[in-house]
Design a protein around this ligand. Sequence first.
Ligand SMILES: [Zn+2]
Length: 216
Amino acid sequence: MRITDDRYCRDRLRFDLALRLIGHEARTHTIRTWTGLTEDRVRKLYRTYLAEHPGEYVARRRGKSPQRCSYFLRSPRVQQEAAVLAGLFCMVGIVSRESRLDPRALSVAQGELLCIAYEMYLALVAAPRISFEHAAFLVIALARGDELALRHCAECGALTIADCYTLRASACSACAGPARGPLSCAPALPGRRARDLPAAARGTPAPAQLGPIDRD
Ligand SMILES: [Zn+2]
Protein backbone atom coordinates (compact mmCIF):
# COMPACT_ATOMS: atom_id res chain seq x y z
CA MET A 1 0.00 0.00 0.00
CA ARG A 2 2.81 2.35 0.96
CA ILE A 3 4.63 1.62 -2.31
CA THR A 4 1.46 2.37 -4.27
CA ASP A 5 0.99 5.65 -2.40
CA ASP A 6 4.59 6.68 -3.03
CA ARG A 7 4.28 5.89 -6.69
CA TYR A 8 1.02 7.82 -6.92
CA CYS A 9 2.69 10.82 -5.29
CA ARG A 10 5.67 10.65 -7.63
CA ASP A 11 3.44 10.39 -10.69
CA ARG A 12 1.29 13.25 -9.45
CA LEU A 13 4.36 15.46 -8.97
CA ARG A 14 5.55 14.53 -12.46
CA PHE A 15 2.18 15.44 -14.00
CA ASP A 16 2.00 18.71 -12.06
CA LEU A 17 5.47 19.66 -13.27
CA ALA A 18 4.59 18.72 -16.86
CA LEU A 19 1.48 20.94 -16.73
CA ARG A 20 3.60 23.78 -15.35
CA LEU A 21 6.11 23.32 -18.17
CA ILE A 22 3.30 23.28 -20.74
CA GLY A 23 2.16 26.62 -19.29
CA HIS A 24 5.66 27.94 -20.00
CA GLU A 25 5.41 26.67 -23.58
CA ALA A 26 8.23 24.18 -23.12
CA ARG A 27 8.87 21.79 -25.99
CA THR A 28 7.79 18.18 -25.70
CA HIS A 29 11.42 17.08 -25.62
CA THR A 30 12.14 19.44 -22.73
CA ILE A 31 9.08 18.23 -20.80
CA ARG A 32 10.18 14.64 -21.29
CA THR A 33 13.73 15.44 -20.18
CA TRP A 34 12.64 17.11 -16.94
CA THR A 35 9.72 14.82 -16.04
CA GLY A 36 10.68 11.45 -17.49
CA LEU A 37 7.20 11.14 -19.04
CA THR A 38 6.65 9.50 -22.40
CA GLU A 39 5.78 11.52 -25.50
CA ASP A 40 2.32 9.97 -25.53
CA ARG A 41 1.72 11.02 -21.92
CA VAL A 42 2.90 14.56 -22.65
CA ARG A 43 0.54 14.74 -25.61
CA LYS A 44 -2.37 13.72 -23.40
CA LEU A 45 -1.35 16.26 -20.78
CA TYR A 46 -1.46 19.01 -23.42
CA ARG A 47 -5.10 18.11 -23.96
CA THR A 48 -5.70 18.13 -20.19
CA TYR A 49 -4.03 21.52 -19.89
CA LEU A 50 -6.16 23.00 -22.67
CA ALA A 51 -9.31 21.55 -21.09
CA GLU A 52 -8.41 23.07 -17.73
CA HIS A 53 -7.51 26.47 -19.19
CA PRO A 54 -10.25 27.19 -21.74
CA GLY A 55 -9.60 30.26 -23.84
CA GLU A 56 -5.91 30.37 -22.93
CA TYR A 57 -3.52 30.15 -25.85
CA VAL A 58 -0.53 27.92 -25.25
CA ALA A 59 1.86 27.35 -28.11
CA ARG A 60 2.98 23.78 -28.51
CA ARG A 61 6.48 24.19 -29.78
CA ARG A 62 8.10 21.50 -31.82
CA GLY A 63 11.57 20.90 -33.13
CA LYS A 64 14.90 21.08 -31.41
CA SER A 65 15.51 22.83 -28.14
CA PRO A 66 18.10 25.64 -28.06
CA GLN A 67 21.67 24.42 -28.24
CA ARG A 68 23.83 27.49 -28.78
CA CYS A 69 25.50 29.08 -25.77
CA SER A 70 26.40 32.11 -27.88
CA TYR A 71 22.72 33.17 -27.57
CA PHE A 72 23.39 34.33 -23.99
CA LEU A 73 26.28 36.55 -25.05
CA ARG A 74 24.82 38.02 -28.20
CA SER A 75 23.81 41.36 -26.68
CA PRO A 76 24.41 43.19 -23.39
CA ARG A 77 20.67 43.02 -22.65
CA VAL A 78 20.41 39.26 -23.09
CA GLN A 79 23.69 38.77 -21.21
CA GLN A 80 22.35 40.86 -18.35
CA GLU A 81 19.06 38.93 -18.25
CA ALA A 82 20.97 35.64 -18.36
CA ALA A 83 22.98 36.85 -15.35
CA VAL A 84 19.72 37.62 -13.54
CA LEU A 85 18.46 34.13 -14.32
CA ALA A 86 21.75 32.56 -13.25
CA GLY A 87 21.57 34.47 -9.97
CA LEU A 88 18.04 33.12 -9.42
CA PHE A 89 19.24 29.59 -10.27
CA CYS A 90 21.90 29.97 -7.57
CA MET A 91 19.34 31.38 -5.15
CA VAL A 92 16.93 28.46 -5.50
CA GLY A 93 19.85 26.01 -5.46
CA ILE A 94 19.61 24.45 -8.91
CA VAL A 95 23.06 25.82 -9.79
CA SER A 96 25.70 25.68 -7.10
CA ARG A 97 29.44 25.27 -6.68
CA GLU A 98 29.01 22.28 -4.40
CA SER A 99 27.00 20.00 -6.65
CA ARG A 100 26.64 19.87 -10.40
CA LEU A 101 23.35 18.88 -11.86
CA ASP A 102 23.53 15.84 -14.12
CA PRO A 103 21.69 16.63 -17.40
CA ARG A 104 21.12 12.91 -17.95
CA ALA A 105 19.37 12.38 -14.63
CA LEU A 106 17.18 15.37 -13.90
CA SER A 107 14.67 15.10 -11.07
CA VAL A 108 11.18 16.48 -10.65
CA ALA A 109 12.46 18.54 -7.71
CA GLN A 110 15.07 20.15 -9.97
CA GLY A 111 12.39 20.85 -12.56
CA GLU A 112 10.32 22.59 -9.91
CA LEU A 113 13.31 24.73 -8.90
CA LEU A 114 13.83 25.67 -12.54
CA CYS A 115 10.18 26.77 -12.75
CA ILE A 116 10.43 28.77 -9.53
CA ALA A 117 13.54 30.59 -10.77
CA TYR A 118 12.02 31.26 -14.20
CA GLU A 119 8.77 32.53 -12.69
CA MET A 120 10.74 34.91 -10.45
CA TYR A 121 12.61 36.12 -13.54
CA LEU A 122 9.27 36.80 -15.30
CA ALA A 123 8.03 38.70 -12.25
CA LEU A 124 11.20 40.81 -11.94
CA VAL A 125 12.10 41.73 -15.50
CA ALA A 126 9.96 43.92 -17.69
CA ALA A 127 9.63 42.62 -21.24
CA PRO A 128 11.74 39.52 -20.56
CA ARG A 129 13.56 38.18 -23.63
CA ILE A 130 14.68 34.77 -22.50
CA SER A 131 12.18 31.98 -23.19
CA PHE A 132 11.67 29.07 -20.85
CA GLU A 133 13.44 26.85 -23.37
CA HIS A 134 16.52 29.04 -23.25
CA ALA A 135 16.33 29.22 -19.44
CA ALA A 136 16.27 25.41 -19.24
CA PHE A 137 19.21 25.30 -21.65
CA LEU A 138 21.11 27.85 -19.53
CA VAL A 139 20.85 25.56 -16.50
CA ILE A 140 22.27 22.67 -18.53
CA ALA A 141 25.00 24.84 -20.09
CA LEU A 142 26.09 26.11 -16.67
CA ALA A 143 26.05 22.56 -15.29
CA ARG A 144 28.18 21.38 -18.22
CA GLY A 145 30.53 24.31 -17.75
CA ASP A 146 32.31 23.69 -21.03
CA GLU A 147 31.25 26.88 -22.82
CA LEU A 148 29.64 29.20 -20.30
CA ALA A 149 30.82 30.08 -16.84
CA LEU A 150 29.59 32.20 -14.00
CA ARG A 151 32.10 34.90 -13.16
CA HIS A 152 32.15 38.00 -11.06
CA CYS A 153 32.53 41.28 -12.88
CA ALA A 154 36.15 42.38 -12.60
CA GLU A 155 35.06 45.95 -11.84
CA CYS A 156 31.99 45.73 -9.58
CA GLY A 157 31.82 42.09 -8.51
CA ALA A 158 28.33 41.43 -9.89
CA LEU A 159 27.50 37.96 -11.15
CA THR A 160 27.89 37.73 -14.91
CA ILE A 161 27.84 35.13 -17.66
CA ALA A 162 31.08 34.66 -19.53
CA ASP A 163 32.48 32.63 -22.37
CA CYS A 164 34.83 30.00 -20.90
CA TYR A 165 37.33 30.60 -23.69
CA THR A 166 37.63 34.34 -23.32
CA LEU A 167 40.98 35.43 -21.95
CA ARG A 168 40.10 38.96 -20.98
CA ALA A 169 38.61 39.69 -17.57
CA SER A 170 34.81 39.58 -17.50
CA ALA A 171 32.85 42.77 -17.08
CA CYS A 172 29.10 42.96 -16.53
CA SER A 173 27.11 44.79 -19.19
CA ALA A 174 26.79 47.87 -16.96
CA CYS A 175 30.55 48.16 -16.45
CA ALA A 176 31.31 47.22 -20.06
CA GLY A 177 29.34 50.31 -21.05
CA PRO A 178 28.15 51.47 -24.44
CA ALA A 179 31.67 51.70 -25.83
CA ARG A 180 32.07 47.90 -25.68
CA GLY A 181 28.68 46.77 -26.93
CA PRO A 182 25.97 47.69 -29.41
CA LEU A 183 23.44 48.38 -26.64
CA SER A 184 23.82 50.51 -23.58
CA CYS A 185 22.24 49.60 -20.29
CA ALA A 186 20.52 52.53 -18.67
CA PRO A 187 21.91 53.51 -15.29
CA ALA A 188 19.53 52.72 -12.46
CA LEU A 189 19.17 56.31 -11.34
CA PRO A 190 19.20 59.36 -13.60
CA GLY A 191 22.51 61.13 -13.51
CA ARG A 192 24.16 58.38 -11.52
CA ARG A 193 26.76 56.21 -13.15
CA ALA A 194 25.95 52.52 -13.21
CA ARG A 195 29.22 51.58 -11.53
CA ASP A 196 28.31 53.72 -8.48
CA LEU A 197 25.55 51.23 -7.68
CA PRO A 198 26.06 48.54 -5.07
CA ALA A 199 27.34 45.32 -6.60
CA ALA A 200 24.24 43.43 -5.44
CA ALA A 201 22.08 45.53 -7.75
CA ARG A 202 24.35 45.17 -10.75
CA GLY A 203 23.26 41.77 -11.99
CA THR A 204 19.67 42.87 -12.23
CA PRO A 205 18.04 45.18 -14.74
CA ALA A 206 17.89 48.78 -13.66
CA PRO A 207 14.91 49.47 -11.35
CA ALA A 208 13.37 51.70 -14.01
CA GLN A 209 13.08 48.61 -16.16
CA LEU A 210 11.53 46.42 -13.51
CA GLY A 211 7.83 45.94 -13.33
CA PRO A 212 5.12 43.34 -13.23
CA ILE A 213 4.37 41.54 -16.41
CA ASP A 214 0.95 41.62 -17.89
CA ARG A 215 -0.21 38.06 -17.62
CA ASP A 216 -3.74 37.48 -18.67
ZN1 LIG B 1 30.28 45.25 -13.32
